[in-house]
Design a binder for this molecule. Structure first.
Ligand code: NAD
Length: 458
Protein backbone atom coordinates (compact mmCIF):
# COMPACT_ATOMS: atom_id res chain seq x y z
CA UNK A 1 0.00 0.00 0.00
CA UNK A 2 1.38 3.43 -0.86
CA UNK A 3 1.19 5.89 2.00
CA UNK A 4 -1.03 8.91 1.87
CA UNK A 5 1.60 10.99 3.58
CA UNK A 6 5.18 10.59 4.75
CA UNK A 7 5.76 12.03 8.18
CA UNK A 8 9.25 12.37 9.62
CA UNK A 9 10.19 13.13 13.18
CA UNK A 10 13.72 14.30 13.93
CA UNK A 11 14.60 13.38 17.54
CA UNK A 12 13.71 9.95 18.95
CA UNK A 13 13.56 10.89 22.63
CA UNK A 14 10.85 10.92 25.29
CA UNK A 15 8.61 13.04 23.04
CA UNK A 16 9.50 11.99 19.49
CA UNK A 17 9.28 8.21 20.07
CA UNK A 18 5.91 7.97 21.86
CA UNK A 19 4.28 10.79 19.85
CA UNK A 20 5.13 9.24 16.51
CA UNK A 21 4.18 5.76 17.72
CA UNK A 22 0.70 7.13 18.54
CA UNK A 23 0.39 8.90 15.17
CA UNK A 24 1.39 5.66 13.43
CA UNK A 25 -1.16 3.69 15.46
CA UNK A 26 -4.01 6.06 14.73
CA UNK A 27 -3.09 6.84 11.12
CA UNK A 28 -2.29 3.56 9.34
CA UNK A 29 -2.56 5.44 6.02
CA UNK A 30 0.60 7.47 6.84
CA UNK A 31 4.18 6.27 6.86
CA UNK A 32 5.93 7.58 9.98
CA UNK A 33 9.72 7.60 10.26
CA UNK A 34 11.62 8.66 13.39
CA UNK A 35 15.31 9.54 13.02
CA UNK A 36 18.03 10.46 15.48
CA UNK A 37 21.76 11.17 15.43
CA UNK A 38 22.11 8.75 18.34
CA UNK A 39 22.49 5.39 16.60
CA UNK A 40 22.36 3.46 19.87
CA UNK A 41 18.97 4.97 20.61
CA UNK A 42 17.66 4.01 17.18
CA UNK A 43 18.99 0.48 17.71
CA UNK A 44 17.12 0.33 21.02
CA UNK A 45 13.89 1.60 19.42
CA UNK A 46 14.23 -1.27 16.93
CA UNK A 47 14.79 -3.85 19.69
CA UNK A 48 12.65 -5.49 22.36
CA UNK A 49 14.15 -3.19 24.96
CA UNK A 50 12.98 0.35 24.13
CA UNK A 51 15.25 3.22 25.22
CA UNK A 52 12.57 4.69 27.51
CA UNK A 53 10.10 3.15 29.93
CA UNK A 54 6.54 4.37 29.54
CA UNK A 55 3.48 2.31 30.51
CA UNK A 56 1.70 0.97 27.40
CA UNK A 57 4.41 2.10 24.98
CA UNK A 58 5.74 -1.40 24.21
CA UNK A 59 2.31 -2.47 22.95
CA UNK A 60 1.87 0.58 20.70
CA UNK A 61 5.34 0.14 19.21
CA UNK A 62 4.81 -3.60 18.70
CA UNK A 63 1.60 -2.96 16.78
CA UNK A 64 3.09 -0.36 14.45
CA UNK A 65 6.84 -0.92 14.06
CA UNK A 66 7.69 -2.39 10.68
CA UNK A 67 4.17 -1.69 9.37
CA UNK A 68 3.97 2.09 9.16
CA UNK A 69 6.39 3.12 11.93
CA UNK A 70 10.13 3.03 11.29
CA UNK A 71 13.11 4.08 13.41
CA UNK A 72 16.16 4.97 11.39
CA UNK A 73 19.52 6.75 11.49
CA UNK A 74 19.16 7.83 7.84
CA UNK A 75 18.26 11.43 8.51
CA UNK A 76 19.01 12.70 5.01
CA UNK A 77 16.79 10.17 3.30
CA UNK A 78 14.07 10.72 5.88
CA UNK A 79 14.04 14.44 5.13
CA UNK A 80 13.95 13.92 1.36
CA UNK A 81 10.98 11.58 1.50
CA UNK A 82 8.81 13.50 4.01
CA UNK A 83 6.14 16.09 3.37
CA UNK A 84 5.71 16.95 7.04
CA UNK A 85 8.69 17.07 9.41
CA UNK A 86 8.20 17.20 13.16
CA UNK A 87 11.28 18.42 15.03
CA UNK A 88 11.51 17.07 18.53
CA UNK A 89 15.17 17.53 19.36
CA UNK A 90 16.28 18.60 22.83
CA UNK A 91 16.30 22.27 23.79
CA UNK A 92 18.28 22.32 27.03
CA UNK A 93 19.24 25.37 29.05
CA UNK A 94 22.27 27.15 27.65
CA UNK A 95 25.41 26.49 29.69
CA UNK A 96 27.68 29.07 28.06
CA UNK A 97 27.79 32.66 26.83
CA UNK A 98 24.90 35.09 26.89
CA UNK A 99 21.89 33.78 28.78
CA UNK A 100 23.88 30.88 30.31
CA UNK A 101 21.82 29.04 32.93
CA UNK A 102 18.55 30.56 31.65
CA UNK A 103 18.08 30.87 27.90
CA UNK A 104 17.23 27.87 25.73
CA UNK A 105 20.16 26.41 23.83
CA UNK A 106 18.83 26.38 20.29
CA UNK A 107 21.90 24.92 18.61
CA UNK A 108 20.29 21.49 18.06
CA UNK A 109 17.21 23.14 16.60
CA UNK A 110 19.16 25.39 14.29
CA UNK A 111 21.41 22.54 13.13
CA UNK A 112 18.30 20.53 12.36
CA UNK A 113 16.76 23.41 10.40
CA UNK A 114 19.92 23.78 8.34
CA UNK A 115 20.02 20.05 7.67
CA UNK A 116 16.38 20.09 6.55
CA UNK A 117 17.25 22.90 4.15
CA UNK A 118 20.36 21.14 2.85
CA UNK A 119 18.56 17.85 2.15
CA UNK A 120 15.25 19.14 0.77
CA UNK A 121 14.43 19.17 -2.90
CA UNK A 122 10.79 20.14 -2.47
CA UNK A 123 8.64 22.30 -0.17
CA UNK A 124 7.76 20.98 3.26
CA UNK A 125 5.92 21.73 6.46
CA UNK A 126 8.20 21.89 9.49
CA UNK A 127 6.47 21.37 12.82
CA UNK A 128 7.99 22.65 16.05
CA UNK A 129 7.37 19.84 18.55
CA UNK A 130 10.21 20.82 20.86
CA UNK A 131 9.45 23.48 23.46
CA UNK A 132 10.88 26.72 22.14
CA UNK A 133 11.11 30.38 23.11
CA UNK A 134 8.29 32.49 21.74
CA UNK A 135 9.13 33.81 18.25
CA UNK A 136 11.56 30.99 17.39
CA UNK A 137 9.45 30.11 14.35
CA UNK A 138 10.30 33.39 12.67
CA UNK A 139 14.04 32.79 13.06
CA UNK A 140 13.59 29.27 11.71
CA UNK A 141 11.60 30.45 8.72
CA UNK A 142 14.29 32.95 7.93
CA UNK A 143 16.97 30.23 7.95
CA UNK A 144 14.84 27.80 5.97
CA UNK A 145 13.45 30.19 3.38
CA UNK A 146 16.67 32.04 2.66
CA UNK A 147 17.42 29.64 -0.20
CA UNK A 148 17.79 29.68 -3.94
CA UNK A 149 16.41 26.17 -4.41
CA UNK A 150 12.89 27.35 -5.13
CA UNK A 151 11.54 25.39 -2.15
CA UNK A 152 9.35 26.89 0.57
CA UNK A 153 9.01 25.88 4.21
CA UNK A 154 6.06 26.69 6.40
CA UNK A 155 6.83 26.49 10.13
CA UNK A 156 3.95 25.35 12.33
CA UNK A 157 4.01 25.13 16.13
CA UNK A 158 2.54 22.03 17.77
CA UNK A 159 3.89 21.91 21.34
CA UNK A 160 3.66 18.64 23.21
CA UNK A 161 1.78 18.55 26.51
CA UNK A 162 2.31 14.88 27.41
CA UNK A 163 3.49 14.03 30.90
CA UNK A 164 6.09 11.31 31.37
CA UNK A 165 4.66 8.28 33.13
CA UNK A 166 1.29 8.78 31.43
CA UNK A 167 2.55 9.65 27.94
CA UNK A 168 0.61 6.99 26.04
CA UNK A 169 -2.70 7.90 27.71
CA UNK A 170 -2.01 11.63 27.26
CA UNK A 171 -1.28 11.12 23.58
CA UNK A 172 -4.34 8.95 23.00
CA UNK A 173 -6.74 11.17 24.98
CA UNK A 174 -5.15 14.63 25.04
CA UNK A 175 -6.81 17.47 26.96
CA UNK A 176 -6.15 19.50 23.84
CA UNK A 177 -3.88 19.64 20.82
CA UNK A 178 -2.55 23.09 19.99
CA UNK A 179 -1.50 24.03 16.47
CA UNK A 180 -0.23 27.50 15.67
CA UNK A 181 0.68 28.99 12.33
CA UNK A 182 0.89 32.26 10.44
CA UNK A 183 -2.44 33.66 9.30
CA UNK A 184 -1.34 33.72 5.65
CA UNK A 185 -2.94 31.38 3.06
CA UNK A 186 0.21 29.18 3.14
CA UNK A 187 0.25 29.23 6.96
CA UNK A 188 -3.43 28.27 7.23
CA UNK A 189 -2.98 25.50 4.64
CA UNK A 190 -0.02 24.07 6.57
CA UNK A 191 -1.95 24.26 9.84
CA UNK A 192 -4.83 22.37 8.28
CA UNK A 193 -2.48 19.57 7.19
CA UNK A 194 -1.33 19.14 10.77
CA UNK A 195 -4.90 19.38 12.11
CA UNK A 196 -5.84 16.59 9.68
CA UNK A 197 -3.32 14.25 11.30
CA UNK A 198 -4.84 14.66 14.76
CA UNK A 199 -8.42 14.52 13.47
CA UNK A 200 -7.81 10.80 12.97
CA UNK A 201 -8.45 10.30 16.69
CA UNK A 202 -8.78 13.60 18.57
CA UNK A 203 -12.27 15.20 18.73
CA UNK A 204 -12.44 18.44 16.69
CA UNK A 205 -13.32 20.60 19.71
CA UNK A 206 -10.07 19.55 21.40
CA UNK A 207 -7.92 20.77 18.53
CA UNK A 208 -7.09 24.42 19.07
CA UNK A 209 -5.77 26.64 16.31
CA UNK A 210 -3.91 29.80 17.12
CA UNK A 211 -1.20 32.16 16.01
CA UNK A 212 2.26 30.67 16.05
CA UNK A 213 3.37 33.03 18.83
CA UNK A 214 0.45 32.11 21.10
CA UNK A 215 1.16 28.44 20.51
CA UNK A 216 4.86 28.77 21.39
CA UNK A 217 4.12 30.84 24.48
CA UNK A 218 1.27 28.57 25.66
CA UNK A 219 3.68 25.70 26.19
CA UNK A 220 6.06 27.73 28.35
CA UNK A 221 3.09 29.17 30.24
CA UNK A 222 1.49 25.78 30.86
CA UNK A 223 4.68 24.45 32.41
CA UNK A 224 5.18 27.64 34.42
CA UNK A 225 1.62 27.41 35.84
CA UNK A 226 1.95 23.71 36.68
CA UNK A 227 5.27 24.23 38.45
CA UNK A 228 3.92 27.32 40.18
CA UNK A 229 1.13 25.26 41.79
CA UNK A 230 3.69 22.83 43.17
CA UNK A 231 5.88 25.63 44.51
CA UNK A 232 2.83 27.31 46.01
CA UNK A 233 1.75 24.25 47.99
CA UNK A 234 5.38 23.47 48.88
CA UNK A 235 5.81 26.97 50.30
CA UNK A 236 2.73 26.35 52.44
CA UNK A 237 4.20 22.99 53.55
CA UNK A 238 7.06 24.89 55.20
CA UNK A 239 4.52 26.96 57.14
CA UNK A 240 2.56 23.83 58.09
CA UNK A 241 5.65 22.29 59.66
CA UNK A 242 5.98 25.36 61.89
CA UNK A 243 2.31 25.59 62.85
CA UNK A 244 1.18 21.93 63.07
CA UNK A 245 -1.28 22.47 60.26
CA UNK A 246 -1.28 19.48 57.86
CA UNK A 247 -0.50 20.34 54.24
CA UNK A 248 -2.54 17.46 52.84
CA UNK A 249 -5.58 18.67 54.79
CA UNK A 250 -5.00 22.23 53.60
CA UNK A 251 -4.60 21.05 49.99
CA UNK A 252 -7.75 18.92 50.27
CA UNK A 253 -9.72 21.90 51.60
CA UNK A 254 -8.56 24.41 48.99
CA UNK A 255 -8.69 21.88 46.15
CA UNK A 256 -12.45 21.47 46.63
CA UNK A 257 -12.87 25.09 45.63
CA UNK A 258 -13.85 24.69 41.99
CA UNK A 259 -11.90 27.84 41.13
CA UNK A 260 -8.70 26.20 42.43
CA UNK A 261 -9.27 22.49 41.67
CA UNK A 262 -7.51 19.50 43.24
CA UNK A 263 -4.72 18.72 40.75
CA UNK A 264 -1.04 19.51 41.22
CA UNK A 265 -1.54 20.35 44.90
CA UNK A 266 0.51 17.50 46.34
CA UNK A 267 3.29 18.79 48.55
CA UNK A 268 6.58 17.01 48.02
CA UNK A 269 10.34 17.23 48.13
CA UNK A 270 10.09 19.29 44.93
CA UNK A 271 9.38 19.03 41.23
CA UNK A 272 11.85 17.59 38.74
CA UNK A 273 11.88 16.48 35.15
CA UNK A 274 13.65 17.89 32.16
CA UNK A 275 11.10 20.61 31.45
CA UNK A 276 9.76 22.65 34.37
CA UNK A 277 12.95 24.33 35.50
CA UNK A 278 14.31 24.75 31.99
CA UNK A 279 11.09 26.20 30.60
CA UNK A 280 10.56 28.60 33.50
CA UNK A 281 14.13 29.87 33.30
CA UNK A 282 13.62 30.33 29.60
CA UNK A 283 10.46 32.33 30.31
CA UNK A 284 12.43 34.40 32.84
CA UNK A 285 15.11 35.08 30.27
CA UNK A 286 12.59 36.11 27.62
CA UNK A 287 10.88 38.49 30.10
CA UNK A 288 14.25 40.00 31.00
CA UNK A 289 15.14 40.47 27.37
CA UNK A 290 11.91 42.49 26.91
CA UNK A 291 12.67 44.56 30.04
CA UNK A 292 9.89 42.91 32.09
CA UNK A 293 11.93 42.64 35.29
CA UNK A 294 9.01 42.20 37.72
CA UNK A 295 7.47 39.45 35.61
CA UNK A 296 10.84 37.73 35.38
CA UNK A 297 11.34 37.83 39.17
CA UNK A 298 7.82 36.48 39.76
CA UNK A 299 8.43 33.36 37.70
CA UNK A 300 12.00 32.94 38.90
CA UNK A 301 10.69 32.59 42.46
CA UNK A 302 8.92 29.37 41.40
CA UNK A 303 12.30 27.78 40.75
CA UNK A 304 13.79 29.30 43.91
CA UNK A 305 11.05 27.80 46.10
CA UNK A 306 11.73 24.43 44.50
CA UNK A 307 15.43 24.63 45.36
CA UNK A 308 14.50 25.83 48.85
CA UNK A 309 12.27 22.77 49.29
CA UNK A 310 15.05 20.37 48.26
CA UNK A 311 17.51 22.07 50.62
CA UNK A 312 14.99 22.07 53.43
CA UNK A 313 14.57 18.33 53.03
CA UNK A 314 18.29 17.65 53.51
CA UNK A 315 18.51 20.14 56.40
CA UNK A 316 15.54 18.47 58.06
CA UNK A 317 17.18 15.06 57.79
CA UNK A 318 20.39 16.40 59.29
CA UNK A 319 18.71 18.28 62.13
CA UNK A 320 16.61 15.30 63.16
CA UNK A 321 19.39 12.73 62.89
CA UNK A 322 21.31 14.51 65.65
CA UNK A 323 23.04 16.95 63.28
CA UNK A 324 25.21 14.34 61.60
CA UNK A 325 24.73 11.68 58.96
CA UNK A 326 28.46 11.02 58.53
CA UNK A 327 29.06 7.29 58.24
CA UNK A 328 25.32 6.56 58.59
CA UNK A 329 23.60 4.45 55.97
CA UNK A 330 20.69 6.27 54.36
CA UNK A 331 18.43 4.47 51.89
CA UNK A 332 16.84 6.57 49.16
CA UNK A 333 13.57 4.96 48.01
CA UNK A 334 13.19 6.18 44.45
CA UNK A 335 15.42 8.17 42.16
CA UNK A 336 13.17 8.88 39.14
CA UNK A 337 11.72 12.38 39.13
CA UNK A 338 8.24 10.84 39.30
CA UNK A 339 6.66 7.39 39.38
CA UNK A 340 6.28 5.24 36.25
CA UNK A 341 9.31 6.57 34.46
CA UNK A 342 13.00 5.79 34.47
CA UNK A 343 13.77 9.45 33.72
CA UNK A 344 15.89 11.16 36.36
CA UNK A 345 16.55 14.50 34.65
CA UNK A 346 16.47 17.27 37.30
CA UNK A 347 15.11 14.75 39.81
CA UNK A 348 15.12 16.13 43.38
CA UNK A 349 16.78 12.81 44.30
CA UNK A 350 19.97 13.98 42.58
CA UNK A 351 20.20 17.01 44.88
CA UNK A 352 19.21 15.07 48.00
CA UNK A 353 21.82 12.39 47.23
CA UNK A 354 24.49 15.02 46.60
CA UNK A 355 23.58 16.84 49.83
CA UNK A 356 23.81 13.64 51.87
CA UNK A 357 27.06 12.56 50.20
CA UNK A 358 28.53 15.98 50.98
CA UNK A 359 27.71 15.21 54.63
CA UNK A 360 29.58 11.89 54.27
CA UNK A 361 26.51 9.69 54.58
CA UNK A 362 26.61 6.19 53.08
CA UNK A 363 23.90 6.54 50.47
CA UNK A 364 22.11 3.49 49.02
CA UNK A 365 19.81 4.14 46.10
CA UNK A 366 16.96 1.89 45.10
CA UNK A 367 14.45 2.40 42.27
CA UNK A 368 12.42 -0.01 40.09
CA UNK A 369 13.33 1.67 36.78
CA UNK A 370 15.89 4.44 37.24
CA UNK A 371 19.07 2.82 38.59
CA UNK A 372 20.85 3.00 35.23
CA UNK A 373 20.24 6.75 34.98
CA UNK A 374 21.02 7.25 38.69
CA UNK A 375 24.45 5.70 38.14
CA UNK A 376 25.10 8.17 35.32
CA UNK A 377 23.83 11.16 37.33
CA UNK A 378 26.13 10.38 40.25
CA UNK A 379 29.13 9.08 38.31
CA UNK A 380 31.43 11.65 39.90
CA UNK A 381 30.87 10.25 43.39
CA UNK A 382 33.10 7.27 44.00
CA UNK A 383 32.79 6.92 47.77
CA UNK A 384 29.81 6.25 50.01
CA UNK A 385 27.41 5.36 47.22
CA UNK A 386 25.77 2.05 46.30
CA UNK A 387 22.85 0.99 44.14
CA UNK A 388 20.47 -1.78 45.11
CA UNK A 389 17.40 -2.92 43.19
CA UNK A 390 15.81 -4.59 46.21
CA UNK A 391 14.35 -2.06 48.71
CA UNK A 392 14.58 -4.52 51.62
CA UNK A 393 18.30 -4.96 51.04
CA UNK A 394 18.72 -1.21 50.57
CA UNK A 395 17.12 -0.52 53.97
CA UNK A 396 18.97 -3.29 55.84
CA UNK A 397 21.32 -1.76 58.38
CA UNK A 398 20.23 1.79 57.48
CA UNK A 399 19.63 4.59 59.96
CA UNK A 400 17.12 6.29 57.73
CA UNK A 401 14.93 5.89 54.66
CA UNK A 402 14.00 8.84 52.47
CA UNK A 403 11.12 8.29 50.05
CA UNK A 404 11.89 10.41 47.01
CA UNK A 405 9.66 8.95 44.27
CA UNK A 406 5.97 8.09 44.67
CA UNK A 407 6.27 4.54 43.26
CA UNK A 408 3.28 2.40 44.33
CA UNK A 409 5.65 -0.40 45.29
CA UNK A 410 6.91 1.66 48.26
CA UNK A 411 3.41 1.97 49.71
CA UNK A 412 3.00 -1.76 50.14
CA UNK A 413 6.35 -2.88 51.52
CA UNK A 414 6.55 -4.87 54.76
CA UNK A 415 7.70 -1.98 56.94
CA UNK A 416 7.67 -4.15 60.11
CA UNK A 417 10.34 -6.30 58.49
CA UNK A 418 12.21 -3.22 57.30
CA UNK A 419 12.07 -1.59 60.74
CA UNK A 420 13.55 -4.66 62.39
CA UNK A 421 16.43 -4.71 59.92
CA UNK A 422 17.41 -1.07 60.51
CA UNK A 423 19.69 0.62 63.04
CA UNK A 424 17.69 2.15 65.93
CA UNK A 425 16.37 4.77 66.29
CA UNK A 426 15.05 4.33 62.76
CA UNK A 427 13.93 7.33 60.71
CA UNK A 428 11.63 7.68 57.72
CA UNK A 429 11.53 10.92 55.76
CA UNK A 430 8.58 10.74 53.40
CA UNK A 431 9.35 13.23 50.64
CA UNK A 432 6.18 12.31 48.74
CA UNK A 433 3.67 11.87 51.58
CA UNK A 434 2.64 8.43 50.32
CA UNK A 435 3.10 6.28 53.43
CA UNK A 436 0.79 5.61 56.37
CA UNK A 437 2.67 7.78 58.86
CA UNK A 438 0.72 6.86 61.99
CA UNK A 439 1.13 3.15 61.33
CA UNK A 440 4.87 3.57 60.80
CA UNK A 441 5.11 5.60 64.01
CA UNK A 442 3.35 2.85 65.97
CA UNK A 443 5.83 0.32 64.57
CA UNK A 444 8.59 2.39 66.14
CA UNK A 445 9.76 4.61 63.29
CA UNK A 446 10.41 8.33 63.76
CA UNK A 447 8.43 9.76 60.89
CA UNK A 448 8.98 13.07 59.12
CA UNK A 449 6.63 13.96 56.30
CA UNK A 450 6.36 17.08 54.18
CA UNK A 451 4.17 19.78 55.73
CA UNK A 452 3.16 17.75 58.78
CA UNK A 453 4.10 17.70 62.43
CA UNK A 454 6.85 15.12 63.02
CA UNK A 455 5.94 11.84 64.73
CA UNK A 456 8.92 11.02 66.92
CA UNK A 457 9.62 8.87 69.94
CA UNK A 458 12.13 11.16 71.63
N1 NAD B 1 10.15 15.00 28.12
C1 NAD B 1 8.94 15.54 28.23
O1 NAD B 1 8.13 15.16 29.06
C2 NAD B 1 8.54 16.67 27.31
C3 NAD B 1 7.19 17.03 27.25
C4 NAD B 1 6.81 18.05 26.39
C5 NAD B 1 7.78 18.71 25.62
N2 NAD B 1 9.08 18.36 25.71
C6 NAD B 1 10.03 19.06 24.86
O2 NAD B 1 10.30 18.25 23.73
C7 NAD B 1 11.67 18.39 23.30
C8 NAD B 1 12.35 17.05 23.31
O3 NAD B 1 12.34 16.56 24.62
P1 NAD B 1 12.72 15.04 24.96
O4 NAD B 1 12.43 14.86 26.41
O5 NAD B 1 12.12 14.14 23.95
O6 NAD B 1 14.30 15.11 24.72
P2 NAD B 1 15.31 13.88 24.54
O7 NAD B 1 16.64 14.37 24.95
O8 NAD B 1 14.73 12.66 25.18
O9 NAD B 1 15.30 13.61 22.96
C9 NAD B 1 15.83 14.49 22.02
C10 NAD B 1 16.51 13.66 20.93
O10 NAD B 1 16.91 14.52 19.86
C11 NAD B 1 18.11 13.99 19.30
N3 NAD B 1 18.79 15.00 18.52
C12 NAD B 1 19.41 16.14 18.95
N4 NAD B 1 19.91 16.82 17.90
C13 NAD B 1 19.60 16.11 16.78
C14 NAD B 1 19.83 16.30 15.40
N5 NAD B 1 20.48 17.37 14.94
N6 NAD B 1 19.36 15.37 14.54
C15 NAD B 1 18.70 14.28 14.98
N7 NAD B 1 18.44 14.05 16.28
C16 NAD B 1 18.88 14.95 17.17
C17 NAD B 1 18.88 13.53 20.53
O11 NAD B 1 19.88 12.58 20.18
C18 NAD B 1 17.76 12.95 21.41
O12 NAD B 1 17.62 11.55 21.19
C19 NAD B 1 12.28 19.41 24.26
O13 NAD B 1 12.17 20.68 23.68
C20 NAD B 1 11.38 19.34 25.48
O14 NAD B 1 11.36 20.54 26.19
C21 NAD B 1 9.48 17.34 26.53
Amino acid sequence: MTSEKNILCIGAGYVGGPTMAMIALKCPQYKVVVVDIDRQKIKAWNSDSLPIFEPGLDEVVKKTRGNNLFFSAEIERGIQEAQIIFVSVNTPTKTFGQGAGRAADLQYWEKTARQILACSNDSKIVVEKSTLPVRTASAMERILNDNSKGVHFEVVSNPEFLAEGTAVRDLEFPDRVLIGSKETPDGIRARKEVVDIFLNWVPREKILESSVWSSELSKLTANAFLAQRISSINSISALCEKTEADVDEVAGAIGMDSRIGPKFLKASVGFGGSCFKKDILNLVYICESYGLEKVARYWESVVEINEYQENRFVQNMLANMFNTVAGKKVALFGFAFKANTGDTRESPAIYIAQGLLAEHADVVITDPKALKNARKDLKNFKKGLTFEANPYKAAKGAHAIAVLTEWDVYKDLDYERIFKSMVQPAFIFDGRNILDHKRLFHMGFNVFAIGKAPLKHF
